[in-house]
Design a protein around this ligand. Structure first.
Ligand SMILES: C=C(O[C@H]1C=CC=C(C(=O)O)[C@@H]1O)C(=O)O
Length: 327
């Protein structure tokens, strides 16, 4: 089966490739020049796009899988599971990230049109389509930078907390707290593996129908040692929680689906250009349906009904562009 990669980094133009997805290690791709990689949620499985050949848009003929093998929960089941999560958080877990699948029906022949619409609507995101014989077809537009290189330093961001983009409501303690966990975690990683050059104030960052709180970091790494730093950084509490292992065990116990590539890292790594994102606002595509992966930070102050609404809004980041192709 033909495998493909299509992407558009912020400020760049769209690239279309035919090639092959190969299982590899992070260290292996870091030693090469400019490879596009994607990982599973825990970062343990890493796939690089190899033998790539540039193609014209007209040469893109993806073969999609028939049907999803994942469970898309109802609001009722989501709320029951989240109530259990909250009960288990009465111990040591300060934050976890609970996600679900939102399934929509579509006609997959519109896949490139959806990509075009996302590309136009979200200039500051990494927009992509990945097609693999092994793990299927994914489409996403993610706003969260994990690690990017500039001329003489690196950048990262602590992105968390969500409100509707058009609200007049103020940020509450709950959103500020969940973002502060991420900020602290990234800052500690930077201080352990390098030194901080600059840290922004907490700012608002818009991402389609929602907005987030965001702190930006500039830093250098000791001896430029990237592999241990990425391993230390990912997954951040923006997608996993804190403490990490306990928070992950908790979401795995109650989520009814496998996260697969959702919340893994995705982007370009290598000795020259380096631009790695966290794989959010993404969906897995089938012939006549898509699975949108959406989650949110859970703290002791979370209210199941509000968390559900947040996932609905996040799903609409991509979902609003599917309506033309809906069946
Ligand atoms: C886990 C997701 O978002 C993360 C990034 C920004 C805000 C988030 C939040 O408010 O919970 C999440 O931490 C997702 O979009 O599925």
């Amino acid at each position: 089966m033909d495998e493909y990669l299509i992407y558009r980094f912020p400020g760049e133009s769209v690239q279309y490739f035919l090639g092959r997805w190969e299982k590899t290690t992070l260290q292996n791709v870091l030693d090469q020049t400019g490879r596009f990689v994607v990982s599973t949620d825990d970062g343990k499985e890493v796939f690089a796009f190899v033998s790539e050949v540039k193609i014209e848009r007209e040469g893109f003929h993806p073969q999609l899988k028939n049907k999803s093998d994942q469970i898309a929960v109802s609001q009722e089941d989501y709320s029951i599971a989240l109530a259990e999560v909250l009960k288990e958080m009465e111990g040591d877990i300060q934050k976890t990230v609970f996600s679900r699948i939102d399934r929509r029906h579509w006609d997959a022949t519109g896949i490139l049109e959806v990509f075009d619409a996302l590309e136009e609507a979200y200039p500051n995101t990494l927009v992509y389509i990945l097609v693999s014989g092994q793990w299927g077809t994914w489409l996403g537009a993610t706003p969260e930078t994990l690690l990017a290189s500039s001329v003489d330093h690196f950048n990262s961001m602590a992105l968390a907390g969500t409100l509707p983009a058009n609200t007049t409501e103020d940020w509450t303690e709950k959103e500020r707290e969940e973002q502060a966990y991420v900020e602290k975690y990234i800052l500690e990683a930077i201080q352990e593996e390098g030194s901080l050059l600059q840290q922004s104030e907490v700012e608002e960052r818009f991402a389609g129908p929602v907005k987030h709180l965001c702190t930006r970091f500039q830093f250098v790494l000791k001896d430029g040692r990237l592999e241990p730093f990425i391993r230390r950084l990912h997954p951040t509490p923006a997608v996993c929680g804190i403490p990490l292992e306990e928070a992950r065990a908790l979401y795995r116990k109650y989520e009814k689906h496998q996260r697969k590539l959702y919340t893994g890292f995705i982007g370009r790594v290598g000795r020259e250009k380096f631009n790695l994102f966290v794989n959010l606002r993404c969906m897995e595509c089938y012939i006549d349906s898509v699975d949108l992966y959406v989650g949110g930070g859970i703290t002791k102050d979370s209210v199941p009904g509000k968390e559900w609404e947040e996932t609905v809004r996040k799903a609409n980041t991509l979902g609003q562009f599917l309506s033309k192709h809906e069946r």
